[in-house]
Design a protein around this ligand. Structure first.
Ligand SMILES: *[C@@H]1O[C@H](CO)[C@@H](O)[C@H](O)[C@H]1NC(C)=O
Ligand SMILES: *[C@@H]1O[C@H](CO)[C@@H](O)[C@H](O)[C@H]1NC(C)=O
Ligand SMILES: *[C@@H]1O[C@H](CO)[C@@H](O)[C@H](O)[C@H]1NC(C)=O
Ligand SMILES: *[C@@H]1O[C@H](CO)[C@@H](O)[C@H](O)[C@H]1NC(C)=O
Ligand SMILES: *[C@@H]1O[C@H](CO)[C@@H](O)[C@H](O)[C@H]1NC(C)=O
Length: 365
């Protein structure tokens, strides 16, 4: 009888040892997870507003695992492979403002972030995300930054960003997104910074950015854009910085930059532009710096720089310019430096091109 009891107890102890979560002290928290990688419990021992749960090989989080902890910043990024998350996983985190989930395999679903109304920063970079269902971000009315870089998103349906009324920064770099249209960025009234770099954008439909009235910085480098059509950037009335470098741009149509009265920097370096058409930059009355290095520019039409009344620097390094039309710089009263290093042209007649007397022309570095 005694022997049997001992054996039963022993077996029970072995079973318990296998299924009991293991707990570790991390910062001022006790963090428990099962052998299967389920985060089962996070308890607070004293106040500490930041917790990094690294190298736990987590695969999921049990709903309710966080026992009303006062964390502000939570990292679950390095050394985990979280894939299976259900609504409730982030309950018990009433003060959370920053949630870092990069390098996992999280599938976004509606309601996943519903218990996080104060969240301000969410990083879901490198999670193999292919699709963001409508409603995923509905409850994140205080979110300011959303980072979705290095995923597998091919298109962004109309309602994707619904609810993100305070978002100021959105980053979608390194996703295979091909087209951007009028609905892609709808529902983001306060966005000031947008990056869609190293993607596969070939086309912007007209008015693609129309709803982004507060946007200041737009980064579109390393795409495969080809043509920049008229009215592409219409509506971006506060845009300050626009970069479309290394994006295989061959043609910039007349009116491509119409509607950008506050733009100060425009970078079009490392493209395949051969001709600068007359009137290309009309309307860019605040532009200060224009970068056109490393293109194939051989023709600059008369009136190409018309309207650039604030321009200070124009850089045309490494192109194929042999001549400049007369009067090209007429009205560019603030032009301070013109970079013409490595072109066919080696001297210019300042009077003929109407270059301001104080402007420097740089032929050699
Ligand atoms: C969570 O903790 C705070 C204090 O840290 C307390 O005021 C609140 O009532 C707790 N909420 C729940 C649901 O336990
Ligand atoms: C993406 O996440 C995987 C798995 O965590 C990791 O091995 C890889 O280095 C990450 N890639 C980048 C670019 O961070
Ligand atoms: C915009 O693109 C989305 C996603 O690719 C597509 O579903 C939608 O029909 C497009 N809308 C318009 C007006 O072209
Ligand atoms: C640049 O454009 C020309 C046509 O204008 C094309 O033949 C060439 O392949 C393009 N080069 C690159 C690198 O896209
Ligand atoms: C000069 O520009 C051409 C392109 O027009 C480029 O191929 C070449 O490498 C440049 N030379 C130097 C020294 O940068």
């Amino acid at each position: 009888m005694i022997r049997r009891a001992v054996i039963v107890n022993f077996v029970l102890a072995v079973v318990l040892a296998q299924t009991q979560p293991t707990c570790k002290n991390v910062f001022d928290y006790t963090v428990c997870s099962s052998v299967e990688g389920v985060l089962t419990e996070v308890k607070q021992r004293s106040h500490h507003d930041r917790l990094e749960i690294f190298n736990f090989d987590l695969t999921s989080i049990e709903p309710g695992a966080f026992k009303n902890v006062s964390l502000v910043t939570l990292y679950l990024s390095a050394g985990n492979r979280i894939s299976n998350l259900q609504p409730g996983a982030f309950a018990g985190l009433p003060n959370l403002k920053n949630l870092h989930l990069q390098n996992n395999a999280v599938t976004p679903i509606p309601g996943l972030f519903q218990e996080l109304p104060h969240l301000e920063r969410l990083t879901l970079a490198n999670n193999s995300i292919t699709h963001i269902p409508e409603g995923t971000f509905n409850e994140l009315s205080q979110l300011k930054e959303l980072i979705l870089d290095w995923n597998l998103i091919t298109h962004v349906p109309e309602e994707t960003f619904n609810g993100l009324s305070e978002l100021t920064k959105l980053s979608l770099d390194k996703n295979p997104i091909e087209t951007i249209n009028q609905t892609t960025f709808s529902g983001l009234p306060k966005l000031t910074s947008l990056a869609v770099e190293r993607s596969e954008i070939t086309t912007f439909a007209p008015n693609s950015f129309e709803s982004l009235a507060e946007l200041k910085n737009l980064y579109l480098n390393w795409n495969n854009i080809g043509e920049l059509r008229a009215e592409t950037f219409k509506g971006l009335s506060k845009l300050d910085f626009l970069s479309i470098s290394d994006s295989a741009v061959t043609t910039v149509h007349d009116g491509a930059f119409r509607g950008l009265p506050k733009l100060t920097v425009l970078l079009l370096d490392q493209n395949n532009i051969s001709t600068i058409l007359s009137g290309t930059f009309i309307g860019l009355s605040s532009l200060y710096h224009l970068g056109l290095d490393n293109n194939e520019i051989s023709v600059i039409e008369a009136g190409a720089f018309e309207g650039l009344s604030s321009i200070s620097h124009i850089s045309l390094v490494n192109n194929k310019i042999a001549t400049l039309p007369s009067g090209l710089f007429a009205g560019l009263t603030k032009l301070d430096s013109l970079w013409l290093v490595n072109n066919t042209l080696t001297a210019i007649d300042r009077a003929v091109v109407q270059l301001p007397s104080f402007a420097r022309v740089i032929f050699e570095f």
